[in-house]
Design a protein around this ligand. Sequence first.
Ligand code: FAD
Length: 60
Amino acid sequence: MPDTTGIRAKRQKPGEGFKDFVIREESDKGYPGFFNLIGIESPGLTASLAIAEFVKKLLA
Ligand SMILES: Cc1cc2nc3c(=O)[nH]c(=O)nc-3n(C[C@H](O)[C@H](O)[C@H](O)COP(=O)(O)OP(=O)(O)OC[C@H]3O[C@@H](n4cnc5c(N)ncnc54)[C@H](O)[C@@H]3O)c2cc1C
């Protein structure tokens, strides 16, 4: 039976509580203009346009 495939990003180890995804600009680590968008699991696809708008605001 056809099924979906892919890697579901997880920030927490098995047994740990849920950790939400991270969106941050890394100036304080010495990388101005570098963005990390980490551990974006569902609903990351649905939220992708809103995430893009959020990052655009961080760039302004
Ligand atoms: C089975 C499944 C069903 C899902 N269903 C939904 C849904 O119904 N609705 C919803 O909103 N979300 C859903 N999601 C979640 C959604 O797919 C993710 O939130 C979204 O794809 C995350 O986007 P991303 O760009 O952060 O990561 P990805 O889409 O995973 O993109 C990461 C990219 O980085 C590349 N990459 C990885 N490692 C490296 C490396 N070391 N060097 C260079 N490139 C690298 C990969 O090849 C890939 O192209 C689903 C996910 C899965 C797996």
